[in-house]
Design a protein around this ligand. Sequence first.
Ligand SMILES: [Zn+2]
Length: 524
Amino acid sequence: MSYEVLARKWRPKSFSELIGQDGAVQALSNALDKNRLHHAYLFNGTRGVGKTTLARILAKSLNCEVSISSKPCQKCATCKDINNGRFIDLVEVDAASNTQVDNMRELLENAQYAPTSGRFKVYIIDEVHMLSKSAFNAMLKTLEEPPSHVKFILATTDPKKVPVTVISRCLQFNLKQMTSDSISKHLKNILKEEKINYDDESMKIIAKAAHGSMRDALSILDQAIAYSDDKISTKKIVSMLGTIDNTFISSILNALSENNADKVMELSKEMNDKNISFELALEEFARLIHRIATYQIISNSSEQPEENEEIKKLSSLFSPETLQLIYQIAINGRKDLHLAPDSITGFNMTLLRMLAFYPSTQINEEIKPKKKIDSQKNKLNNQNEIKSFIKDNKKQFDGDWIKLVRDLKIGLAKSLAQECSLKSYENDIFNLTLNENFQHLAENGYIKKLEEELINYFNKKIKINITIGSNLKTPSSQKKLENTKLMKKTESAIMEDKFVKKLIDDFGAEVITSSIEPTKKEDD
Ligand SMILES: [Zn+2]
C-alpha cells in the first residue's frame, strides 16, 4: 500500500478534530446550530493554520443530508463525498492560478444554477487576495445579490489586499497561528495512533521548526518518519533539520557566564562540525534568553519541569541587563549573518561580542558592572583585542590624578575629587590632600561616594585617606589655571586681530574684555 502523507490522512473531518482554532469553531458551530447562516465567509490566517480544512468542514456542515449542523454525520453520501474531495456542489478554486476575470465570470455564471445534489453550492476561493481587480468586481456583483443556494468561503493569507467592499460583505474569522505546544501535542497523538516511537524533545523541535503551521509540521513529520528506522529521536531530527538542541546554546551561555572564551569557541567549532545552522542557532539563542528573562520576572513559568531546572540555573547566572544585552547581540548577529565572510565567522564574532560586553562582575556580587568598561569595550573590534581585553580588563592607576578625576562621573564624588591633590598611591590606597577651603567636603558621605566611584572605575577594592592642606595642585585649581591661560590667549588673539585693530584705530572702538569667551570649551 502506498504511503499516504500525514497531512491528508490526518486532515480533521469535524470541528472537534480541528486544533487551535477554538474561537472560530465556536462561532461557526453556534451559527450552524441556530441556523443563522451568512452567504459569505472570509477566513484569514497564515499558511498551514487550517483555513481550507475549516472551509471544507463548514461546506459539509451546510450540506450534510441529515441536517444543517455543526456535527455533520460523516456517514451520508454527501459527507463521504466531501471527505473524499469529490462532491459536485463544492467548488474549490485556487485564486493564485485563476486570477483573471474570465475565470471568475465563468465560475459565477455557473453559480446561478441550482445545486446538483446538495442543499447549497459552496465555492471555496483560496488565496482570494490574488484575484485581479476586475475579477473582484465581477465577484462583488454576486456577493451583493447572491442566489439563496450559494455560499462563498474565501480564504486569504493577506486580508489587506482584499478590497474593503468584498470584506464588508463577508463574515470574517481570524485564524490563529498554532502554538508549538498544540502542534507538538497533535504530532504525539498521531504518532501514538500510527504506533511510531519518538522522544518528547524531538516533537518540540519539529513543532518549533514549523513556525505555527500544522501543515508544515506534518510534512516535517513525514520526512522524519522516512528518515528514522525504529524511533524518531532528537539526534536524528537535529541532524535532519540542521537544527540544534538547546544543550549547545545553554552550554554556550554557561561558558559566557564564566567568561570562558576558549570554551565558547570550542562549542562553536563543535556545532560547525555537526553542520548545525548558525542562523537557527542564533534564533534559538534569542528564544532561550527570552525564556530566561521571562523566568526572572515570572517565577510561575508554564515551562516543562526539566526545562525549568536549566532555565532556573541560567537565570541565576545573568543579570536582567546582561540578558537584554546578549539578546540584542544575538538578534543583530543573526541580522548580519549574511554579511559575514561565512556563517561560522559571523557566529563567532557574535559570541565574541557577547564575551566582550559581558560584565566582569555579575549580580550577587557587591560590585556592579560599570559603563566605563562597556564603552571602552565598544571600541574593540577584533578577536585578539577582545581576548586580551577579557584577560586584562582591570585598569591600573598611572599616577595621573587630574586625568583620572576628569574621567569620573559628575556628582558628589567628583566635587570632592576635584578639590584634592594626590599625595601618594600604593596598595590600592589613595592618600589625598583636600584643599582647606573645601573642608566641608571631607564628610564621610562624600568620601564613601568617591571610594565607590573608584572601585567601579578600577574594578577592585580601593581605599581613600584624606588629610587637609593648602596651596595644592588639584584638578580644580589646574582647570582654573588652564582657563586663565586660555582666556589670556584669546584676549591677545583678539587684540592682535587686524580688523579689530583697525576698528580701534579708526573709530576709537573699545574691546570689552568681559565679553570675550574662548570658543574651545572645556568639559568641566
Ligand atoms: Zn452527513
